[in-house]
Design a protein around this ligand. Structure first.
Ligand code: CA
Length: 223
């Protein structure tokens, strides 16, 4: 019985949260429709979690969704190589922008990551990695796994966020809705069709797993 009540309350909160986010996300739609996809222009990375030298000559941006199995795979295969070859060397910076292609769980995970970035930015990449690490094996990824409890557990293990503020940020009182809305606006403005989408100095990769194309684009952009 108690479990049922908790489920009902949880569902009501989720419905309220989706309503708030839908209202927020629909706001910039008018601008998004009139603006042509700016494929030759690089997405602004101010205020986005960014690894490496902020003034590196090349900017790599991942449009990712914590619910997306290919994003987890990209993070475990391509990203470590990219980091070693170009980010750690100062040639490229790496920024992450949230995509909400999987509904409520994508929204919750994005709110959590923005809350961590706001409260404890140095812990962002540890949280980010642990959240992808918590994603179940790809054949089960559609099952619900992004819950408030799970997010609190991961944040508790990887960050020093204030847990009450963190939980507030996962509700309709969230202080980071604007950040998630900003990311969603970029997804629409830059015509992101799939995740992960990788943009390098304004060029969107056709195949995010094509490391030779990544190398080529970075080396073109490096002085
Ligand atoms: Ca963001």
């Amino acid at each position: 019985m108690k479990q049922n009540q908790a489920l009902v309350v949880g569902t009501l909160i989720a419905v309220a949260l989706i309503a708030v986010v839908v209202v927020l996300l629909n706001r910039p739609a008018e601008q998004a429709e009139t603006a042509a996809p700016a494929t030759s222009e690089h997405v602004p990375t101010d205020g986005q979690p960014t690894l490496g030298e902020a003034d590196a000559p090349v900017s790599v941006v991942e449009f990712g969704d914590y619910k997306c199995p290919s994003c987890k795979q990209w993070g475990e295969t391509i990203y470590p190589q990219l980091k070693a070859d170009y980010i750690d060397t100062g040639d490229a910076s790496f920024s992450y922008i949230n995509v909400l292609f999987h509904g409520q769980e994508s929204i919750l995970a994005s709110l959590a990551s923005e809350s961590v970035y706001k409260q404890d930015p140095d812990a962002f990449w540890d949280f980010h990695k642990a959240l992808y690490g918590a994603q179940p094996a790809s054949q089960q990824h559609d099952e619900a796994w992004v819950t408030v409890e799970r997010l609190k557990q991961i944040a508790g293990e990887t960050t020093s966020v204030d847990m009450a503020k963190f939980e507030d940020d996962l509700s309709e009182n969230s202080s980071v809705l604007e950040q998630v809305s900003l990311d969603d606006g970029f997804v629409k403005e830059y015509g992101v069709q799939f995740t992960p989408s990788i943009m390098i100095n304004g060029v969107m990769l056709e195949d995010p797993f094509d490391y030779e194309a990544i190398e080529r684009l970075i080396e073109q952009g490096a002085p």
